[in-house]
Design a protein around this ligand. Sequence first.
Ligand code: AMP
Ligand code: ZN
Length: 469
Amino acid sequence: MRLYNTLSKQKEEFVPIEEGKVRMYVCGPTVYNLIHIGNARPMIVFDTVRRYMEYKGYEVNYVSNFTDVDDKIIAKANEEGVSAEEISQRYIEECKKDMAAMNVRPATVHPLATQEISGMVEMIQELIEKGYAYAAADGTVYFRVKKFKEYGKLSHKNLEDLQSGFRALQVSGEDQKEDPMDFVLWKPKKEGEPSWPSPWCDGRPGWHIECSEMAKKYLGEEIDIHAGGEDLVFPHHENEIAQSECCNGKPFARYWLHNAFLNIDNKKMSKSLGNFFTVREIADSYDLQVLRFFMLSAHYRSQLNFSRELMEASGNAYERILNAVDNMKYFQKKAAAKELSAQEKEKLEEVRGYIKKFEEAMEDDFNTADAIAAIFELVKFANTNLQEDSSRPFIDEVLNTVVKLCDILGLKVEKEEETLDAEVEKLIAQRQEARKAKDFAKADAIRDQLLEMGIELKDTREGVKWKRV
Ligand code: AMP
Ligand code: ZN
């Protein structure tokens, strides 16, 4: 399996630290609002990476935090006159609902920054002891960037360029820094803000140290994959590397994966620009499986422009898979109880070819666009090769393969069997009786009655079908 590593700027063979295991950390959202579909992109993309790794037999320890202390959370809390905790708890719950609706599996652990403060304080302490950090007179603790010679290795910036950039940008008020490049590890509390005690002052951690500490606590000092959106490369991930490597004396993450932006009108979708749709808004018009399909129809390192037209096209394409699955289920019910024919055996080789194509695409830096193309070839194969007189093992194999490959991408293609209450079932049965007895007036009356109860019936060649309306 080859993946593109931002650190080396090339695709590298994946070799885990520990055989058969993957330690993966994905930076999670700051929770002060409903997530937008830009935030959903890393969630969907890296959930798919995880699913593929698991399919390959790896045991994946997947950690994704919630940043639950931040200026924006505090501002929102003040606006509403409630505590910062109330805001973060509310939006964590909402975020989890959105994740479930997009079929993004919960992480192995979702740590909260506010629950991990003591570990952060320890880490900062260690950085001070090792000479990589210092406390200024007002209690702010800074990381001493110049002391870490490899600073800039992830974002491919060199220290001199950075330094001159910072000199030009030097801001007053931060004069307690030894150097304008130094970044904050701990900051003193301000009135009305949540704070924790520390050896330097009552205050709260800087954003970067949160992830260094949570990755260390839940995954260890060295991890396999660290991921997030490409805006996090600098400074967030660069600073995480500096903190973790200086504190632990070991390389931090082997592979750094970054998704490109989801754009709208070719501009990054973001809360600050106000050009966003929340996942909730999109759920009003589309099945979120269609959103997932749309996200995966592009490679994760390519920019993706959101538009209603593309969502419609994704909806139609996804529907084609659903229809094929439905047809296969119909054939499955009707299937002749016979063994695989010689011709079917040969045809199954073709199916294996599509699985191989799918795997090759995924193993080439998770090329989900090509993986989806392989699924469509398989769907086309199913539509042309499955018949009412196909053998059951043949149908099963083709159907299971489509479902399995879609499941690796987190796409649900089997309609969830929903149960009806007894009264509705009785009415449907009575209507069938009436139809059999050619009492169409009665049959229609029952159908109308069911419609009033929110159940719409459709007579198909497979029998009567229903849906909620
Ligand atoms: P934030 O809450 O802004 O820290 O973002 C949470 C995650 O969403 C980070 O990994 C960001 O890089 C990512 N993200 C934010 N906006 C977008 C976007 N428009 N496209 C793709 N990823 C994004
Ligand atoms: Zn992070």
